[in-house]
Structure formats: C-alpha cells, structure tokens
Design a protein around this ligand. Structure first.
Ligand code: AMP
Length: 220
C-alpha cells in the first residue's frame, strides 16, 4: 500500500479539480475532502446551515472563512485523514483560509499544493457542459454522458446540472477566484510547496502529468 499523501488542489472552477481529486484519492488511498461536496451534502440534508449555504452558493459567493475553517479543522482531525492524509479540494480559497490551514496542519504539514492550470476561456465552456451525479458527485459532461439516460454509471443517481453552474453564478465565481484564490498560487510558490500542472487534455493525460509532478516533488 502507498504511503498516503497530504495534498491541496488549486485551480479555477472547471479546471478538473474534482475529476483529478477522485483519481488521486484512489491512487494514494486517502480520503477526498471536497468542501463543495460537504456543503452540498448539508444542503441536501436540509439543515439550517445548509439552507444558508445554498443561498450563498447559488449566487456564486463564498461561505465565510470562519465557518469553512471550522468545517475543515474538524474533518482533517478524523482518523482517516490523520492516519494517511487527504486530497483537499476547494479549500483554501482565501488567504485567511490558507493561513488557518497552516495552523491546522502545523504538526503534519502539507506535502504538495497542486495547481491545475486551464485558461479561463476553456473553463467557461467546460462548466456550462458539466453535469454531476446528485448522490455521489461523479462528474460528467454533455460530451461524455453516462451510458444510460442521465443515470450515474457508478451508483444509479440522477445526473444533473449544478444549481450554481448558471452563466451569472459562473462569472461571479471566476471573478472571486481571480480576486481571492489566485493570490494563493504566489503564496504557496513562495513557500516552496507549489507544483504547477497543465490541466489541458484528457483526464487520463492530466492524471499522468499530475502523478509525475507529485513524484518529482517528493523525490526532489
Ligand atoms: P465547489 O464545488 O468547490 O465549486 O464549491 C461550490 C461552492 O461552495 C462555492 O462556489 C462556494 O460558494 C462554496 N465553497 C466551497 N468551498 C468553499 C471555501 N473553501 N470557502 C468558501 N466557500 C466555499
């Protein structure tokens, strides 16, 4: 069995973070921790917190740093993450979250911050074509749908468009990414933790590049 990994995935919406995160979690045998999936689960459960989060998410905004740091702090202290590591997808999204994450992981620091690079023009098209399984989160595209009539190949759930993948919300999310999250690329680069990977091409091609980039970093 591999040794696990403690990895953060950065990249704009539609860069392929979710797709690569699922593969990386399988490859390194660690949990895939997606703050977006955690929020969508809370929305589905209909909790008061979920309803509030849904309003923010549908408008393309960001849930407060305080809440997100609390959620991630709790999740990273669960046994699966403390024993083998994690693929953290969707967090940190702001400099305040990155600083909080450094404190949370002070005893077992991040090994790699992977930056999936895809130009903005490409991601807008990918997001508008994106479809997601409502129950397991598996990602499809109108260009590569499930085998049977928008029923998930993995668990039979309904495959639908995300409520926040509308044009207005997507534009707002990309603006927020540029303003709040892109500075983290420089932040982690200065810390010597960043691995840049070209996110263009098929999911298989990108995955090969990602694993190669991680191995080179770990060897070096
Ligand atoms: P994602 O699936 O990562 O695109 O996340 C979907 C939405 O959840 C985002 O557009 C935000 O509204 C919210 N969200 C997810 N992660 C965070 C985070 N780390 N900080 C603030 N909001 C978040």
């Amino acid at each position: 069995m591999s040794n696990g990994i403690r990895l953060v995935l950065l990249g704009r919406q539609g860069a392929g973070k979710g797709t690569q995160a699922v593969r990386l979690a399988d490859h390194y045998d660690v949990p895939h921790i997606s703050t977006g999936d955690m929020l969508r689960a809370a929305v589905k459960d209909g909790t008061e917190f979920g309803l509030k989060a849904k309003a923010v998410m549908d408008a393309g905004g960001l849930v407060s740093d305080e809440i997100m740091v609390g959620v991630v702090h709790e999740r990273l202290h669960q046994a699966d993450a403390t024993s083998r590591g994690y693929i953290l997808d969707g967090f940190p999204r702001t400099e305040a979250q990155a600083r909080a994450l450094a404190e949370i992981t002070a005893d077992s620091p991040l090994e790699v911050v992977l930056n999936l690079e895809v130009p903005e023009a490409v991601v807008v098209e990918r997001i508008t074509k994106r479809r997601v399984c409502r129950s397991c989160g598996r990602i499809y595209s109108v260009d590569s749908p499930p085998a049977k009539d928008w029923i998930c190949d993995t668990d039979g759930g309904d495959v639908v468009q995300r409520d926040d993948d509308t044009e207005d919300a997507v534009r707002k999310r990309l603006e927020l990414y540029a303003a709040e999250t892109l500075p983290l690329v420089a932040f982690y680069s200065e810390a010597g933790q960043l691995v840049d990977v070209d996110g263009l091409g098929s999911a298989d091609e990108v995955f090969d590049r990602v694993v190669e980039g991680i191995s080179a970093r770990r060897a070096g």
